[in-house]
Design a protein around this ligand. Structure first.
Ligand SMILES: C[S@@+](CC[C@H](N)C(=O)[O-])C[C@H]1O[C@@H](n2cnc3c(N)ncnc32)[C@H](O)[C@@H]1O
Length: 314
């Protein structure tokens, strides 16, 4: 079979999300009408992030579900939002990360947790998830940094697989929390993967401001878990520092980063894919490397293509 590259590769994976929307059209229509006045407003980069979430979940879930070793599978979305996203200044809607995961993968996961600390978003999300009538779906209306211990009690057990999606607006996920989810696999009987949105463009601007004395930088120290951000001078250095911090904390980990940049829309962020080193050299890392090559080679175009998705739900 001919290998797909470039735009063809992207179109194929975007179409999987389109497929979700058309396959579950009826359900999505009903869910959209639950508290219709409540939605997250999103930026042009949101659809591409969801394509990557779907891609990473698809890759990992397909491999893990075949392994008898894992007795339980958990999905944890720590910055879940309301479940429905709307593009600013338009009437175009898109499903949010909780619905991408629930519609496609709830059959595979024993429990799925969704933290959201905004009262309106969390109440709309709870009502939307209730539509599915599944006791495995657990909305948690709290700050994820404060409820992680509660989630860890369930997840940090032998023969468990856990997939974390960590998608803050900015630096709301402190280093102490990152350490908790990095360290759950210390005894090697737990599989855990993390997809983390690292808002590199805004973070570097904030570092610049802090260095000029415009802010104290306490937030940056809490986010990086050290004052080493003071030596950072560029986006690439910020990404390298965070990656180094992860590897210092958990040397048995593999970290892949995907840069999403749009000159047209004037933003840049990175997605970190964090997994455990395994004896068979992590077969799914090849898939993540492929996503990295295709997205980084076609950055602006990838964002545009994924943005077209929003018309699906109008
Ligand atoms: C970027 S949006 C997430 C969007 C969602 N993941 C999606 O793709 O549809 C970030 C969300 O996290 C929520 N949030 C911010 N800080 C939080 C915290 N400390 N704990 C839980 N939720 C938080 C915000 O209210 C917002 O809805």
């Amino acid at each position: 079979m001919q290998k797909l590259t470039g735009m063809e590769w992207l179109k194929k994976h975007i179409s999987k999300l389109e497929f979700t929307s058309s396959k579950f059209k009826k359900e999505i229509e009903k869910i959209k009408n639950i508290q219709p006045e409540i939605y997250n407003e999103f930026q042009p980069w949101t659809p591409l992030k969801l394509v990557l979430l779907n891609y990473a979940l698809d890759t990992c879930t397909t491999i893990i579900r075949r392994k008898e070793f894992f007795k339980k599978m958990y999905y944890i979305d720590l910055f879940a939002g309301s479940g429905i996203n709307k593009i600013k200044g338009s009437n175009d809607f898109l499903i949010g990360s909780p619905l991408v995961a629930v519609l496609n993968y709830s059959i595979d996961y024993d429990l799925m947790f969704f933290c959201e600390d905004d009262p309106d978003y969390s109440s709309a999300l709870s009502a939307r998830l209730a539509y599915f009538r599944k006791s495995s779906l657990k909305p948690i209306p709290k700050d994820c940094n404060l409820c992680l211990n509660q989630i860890m009690k369930v997840v940090n057990n032998q023969n468990v697989y856990a997939f974390f999606f960590v998608d803050p607006y900015f630096m709301e996920f402190g280093w102490d929390s990152m350490k908790k989810i990095l360290n759950i696999n210390r005894n090697y009987t737990i599989g855990r993967d993390i997809l983390f949105t690292f808002m590199s463009g805004v973070i570097i601007r904030f570092i610049g401001l802090a260095k000029k004395g415009g802010s104290e930088g306490a937030g940056l120290t809490k986010f990086f878990g050290s004052e080493s951000w003071k030596n950072v001078n560029s986006i690439d250095e910020a990404v390298k520092l965070y990656k180094t911090r992860i590897l210092e904390e958990t040397p048995q980990t593999v970290v892949k980063t995907i840069k999403v940049k749009s000159d047209k829309h004037g933003f840049c962020y990175h997605l970190f894919f964090i997994t455990n080193k395994t004896k068979n050299a992590n077969p799914w890392l090849k898939s993540i490397d492929k996503a990295k090559r295709e997205i980084e080679a076609n950055s602006d175009k990838s964002v545009e293509l994924a943005l077209d998705l929003i018309y699906l739900l109008t």
